[in-house]
Design a protein around this ligand. Structure first.
Ligand code: G16
Length: 541
């Protein structure tokens, strides 16, 4: 059996020594302070090479980003051949490589993978990679490139990209020349594909007023500007928060309020991307100056409603639509989907990988996290039906054409802020709806998210799609006892997979009750067995 060249491994690994820290491949890969990541990213290069060899040389993607985290953080995620997140079973191998304490242990960890996973090292390895605008990205790319040299992978650097663009490119490269060919493997190919589909979807409809688009001073800004020429006059936008030169401004957004520095006005339509443009939320200001958020739940409701109607208008009756949410979904949205739209709804743990997997069970699976991360998946059989349908009236033919274009405008690989934007803009244009009309589908229960800094988030263990804690022992009973006192009360506690905190979600019948519930549970967690770290936040009751 072929073996790894140990001298090559040693000399490259010596350039990227491992710090004392322990690393874990979490919700969205490895993510932490950028200065700790050099060895992790070097070893992720080795992992991606092994993954490619295991899959017979298929192209694997590596994205260097920390998405919504502060500018000082960075991270890395591995993308599987069809643009999905890396297979869950490989996360423990990623963690094992990242934590090998010495070059010898790293050599052994690679060989353990090779033998247990039956990887043929003589196979080729192909890897593509990109990064967001964080200043630390360039040096981390150099570490990745060294990691790719260990097993002699062929690689292409796609430079600065949004995360979903890297997912798209990975799928294009692996499907090129097959009946499932996904598009041209470049940012330009991505713009062309989305723009062409969007133009079909809004053809002949009066244009909406310009969208005011906050890009969180992240990679979405330069990339969306790059796309504008492909859209022609089909779409009009005013981009704000587009300063990618000053890293301190990255992701300075606030929760459930307009981003810092953006003065909102009634009658306008706003959207915000996160730092790597894989999430989007919409919002507007009501006549009484209230800020109104249209989050991932609202997008899921809008998309499901529209697709159900379109399938009906197309005269296709054998395509079922289902929606996937997480525990963060507002209770009112779940009710709306189940009781008004009559669609099946599943609840899974946080992390697009879980939602994506579940959505594959439906003909058309709409999945969104409340934070705006999501997409719509069309199964191969649904696509076959849509492409085979001819329609027996002009109206049916138009609906079929729209369904086809919709499957092109929506990124099938992963949640994508650009493609979700075009999905929403399509529906609002088709219906000539303002955000306020869209918002009228249902009224959100007031909800609140609280972050609790704890000494060790790994002691928090959950079950039931993260809706219940099993550890620390007794904490869930204490939470339940508090929740019982609130009308329409619901609350859960889960450790974040991307930040060093525990998150508390609460909803209740009124805003004051919701705030009280959130802060009571937050205070409970902070105090429980002295879990909290630092000063006890003053707001906690
Ligand atoms: C990542 C995941 C999302 C998740 C989010 C927050 O998003 O891909 O699925 O909702 O982290 O996760 P947590 O609450 O565990 O910190 P992103 O946009 O940061 O990559």
């Amino acid at each position: 059996m072929a073996s790894v060249n140990i001298d090559n491994l040693n000399s490259l690994s010596n350039l990227h020594p491992k710090p004392e820290n322990t690393f874990a491949y979490g919700t969205a890969g490895f993510r932490m302070k950028a200065e700790l990541l050099d060895s992790v990213i070097f070893r992720t290069g080795i992992l991606a090479s092994l993954r490619s060899k295991k899959l017979d040389g298929k192209v694997i993607g590596v994205m260097i980003t920390a998405s919504h985290n502060p500018a000082a953080d960075n991270g890395v995620k591995v993308v599987d051949p069809l643009g999905e997140m890396m297979e869950g079973a490989w996360e423990s191998h990623a963690t094992a490589l990242a934590n090998a304490p010495s070059n010898e242990h790293l050599f052994d960890a690679i060989h353990t993978m090779v033998s247990t996973l039956k990887i043929d090292l003589t196979k080729p390895a192909n890897v593509v990679f990109g990064r967001d605008t964080r200043p630390s990205g360039e040096a981390l790319v150099a570490a990745l490139v060294d990691g790719l040299k260990v097993l002699g992978a062929q690689s292409t650097d796609y430079g600065i990209l949004t995360t979903p663009q890297l997912h798209y490119i990975t799928r294009c490269l692996n499907t090129a020349g097959t009946p499932e060919a996904y598009g041209e493997p470049s940012a330009e190919g991505y713009y062309k594909k989305l723009a062409a589909a969007f133009k079909i979807l809004v053809e002949g409809k009066p244009r909406l007023s310009p969208l005011i688009l906050d890009c969180a001073n992240g990679v979405g800004a330069p990339k969306f500007k790059e796309m504008l020429p492909y859209l022609g006059d089909s779409f009009s936008v005013k981009i704000v928060n587009d300063d990618v030169e000053d890293a301190s401004k990255l992701n300075l957004n606030t929760q459930q309020r307009a981003p810092i520095g953006l003065k909102t006005a009634a009658g306008e339509r706003y959207a915000s991307f996160d730092g790597d443009a894989d999430r989007i939320v919409y919002y507007y200001q009501d006549e009484d100056n209230t800020f109104k958020l249209l989050d991932g739940d609202k997008i899921a409701g809008l998309a499901a409603m529209y697709i159900i109607d379109l399938v009906k208008s197309a005269g296709i009756d054998d395509i079922s639509v289902g929606v996937v949410q997480t525990a963060y979904a507002n209770g009112a949205s779940t009710q709306y989907l189940r009781n008004t739209l009559n669609v099946p709804v599943s609840c899974v743990p946080t992390g697009v990988k879980h939602l994506h997997h579940e959505a594959l069970k439906y003909d058309v699976g709409v999945y969104f996290e409340a934070n705006g991360h999501g997409t719509v998946l069309f199964s191969p059989s649904a696509l076959k039906t849509i492409y085979a349908a001819e329609g027996s009236s002009p109206a049916q033919a138009v609906a079929i054409r729209s369904l086809r274009a919709l499957s092109e405008v929506i990124n099938q690989t992963v949640g994508d802020a650009f493609s979700d934007l075009f999905l929403v803009e399509t529906i609002l244009t088709q219906r000539q709806w303002s955000p306020k009309v869209w918002d009228q589908a249902y009224t959100d229960l007031p909800n609140r998210l609280v972050k609790v800094v704890v000494q060790d988030r790994s002691i928090f263990k959950t079950v039931d799609a993260e809706r219940k804690l099993t550890e620390p022992a007794g904490l869930q009973d204490a939470i339940d006892a508090i929740v019982l006192k609130f009308s329409h009360g619901r609350s859960f506690v889960r450790p974040s997979g991307t930040e060093d905190v525990v998150r508390v979600y609460a909803e209740a019948a009124t805003r004051p009750e919701t705030d009280e519930l959130a802060f009571r549970i937050g205070g409970l967690v902070f105090d429980y067995n002295s879990c909290g770290s630092g000063a006890r936040p003053r707001e906690f009751i």
